[in-house]
Design a protein around this ligand. Structure first.
Ligand code: UDP
Length: 239
């Protein structure tokens, strides 16, 4: 079965906003359960799955800064939001009998393990899904950068970026009818063209670590499994 997989060890990045579903804010349990189901299916195929979830459905640091507040504290709040999302996803995975371990970049021993590269590797090799909470643990970064960083640390074969659309476009396809979709594109071109795939720090990290980024729609059912098999509709950022 494992032979069917194009990528064996992957990091799946899901934005916080994706977890809102139709809601304006917070966590839509149905969406969380559906994504958890996709992760279970990926694991059943033999994939080793790492997960990074954003926090934009609950809090973003820039919103504090925009109102004249302290950006660093705002980012701390944002990172805490990602921990909440990771705990919700951990619950959903466990209810599907998928062993899952949340690990936070910022120590909070009563709630979850603190991230260490060796600890995470051990869990992953034991077949557990590892969820990286609190991004990089630093303000002024994003969970996209956290995802690229952890993908490099865990030597992932690919970073799978689940988005609202089915790939990378030359412009926002929801606003610009002339937007062109890329089947493949290089990290360098994404940076040079300033395409909104992930933030520049994340792209640069992935480029440096030679990690392909596969951009796919998180709303497509079986999307994750198809991407793992090298099928499905997605843009491959590599080379
Ligand atoms: N954040 C941070 N450092 C990190 C990752 C996240 O300070 O390494 C904070 C930041 O305030 C960010 C918020 O957490 O706005 C939520 O993360 P993000 O915006 O990446 O979430 P997403 O857009 O993926 O939902």
């Amino acid at each position: 079965e494992m032979g069917q997989l194009k990528y064996k060890r992957v990091l799946v990045k899901v934005s916080g906003e994706a977890l809102m579903g139709e809601q304006e804010f917070g966590i839509d349990q149905d969406v969380v359960n559906r994504v958890a189901g996709e992760i279970r299916d990926a694991r059943d195929l033999g994939a080793e799955v790492c997960v990074v979830i954003g926090g934009g459905n609950i809090f973003r640091g820039v919103s504090v800064a925009a109102k004249g507040g302290d950006r660093v504290r705002g980012d701390h709040m944002g990172m805490l939001a990602t921990v909440m999302n990771c705990l919700a996803m951990t619950n959903a995975l466990e209810s599907l009998d998928v062993p899952a371990v949340p690990m936070s970049a910022i120590a909070m021993d009563e709630i979850c393990e603190t991230f260490t590269q060796r600890g995470a590797k051990t869990h992953l090799e034991a077949g557990k899904v590892v969820l990286f909470a609190a991004g990089t643990g630093n303000p002024y970064f994003t969970t996209d950068s956290g995802a690229a960083l952890r993908a490099a640390e865990m030597q992932c074969d690919a970073l799978l970026k689940g988005t609202q659309v089915d790939g990378v476009y030359s412009a926002d396809p929801k606003k610009d009818p002339n937007a062109v979709r890329f089947e493949t594109i290089s990290h360098g071109e994404v940076l040079a063209k300033g395409l909104k795939v992930m933030d520049a720090a994340a792209i640069a990290l992935a480029q440096d670590g030679n990690i392909p980024i596969i951009v796919f729609s998180i709303h497509e059912s079986d999307g994750l499994v198809e991407v793992l098999q090298g099928k499905g509709r997605a843009t491959v950022v590599s080379g």
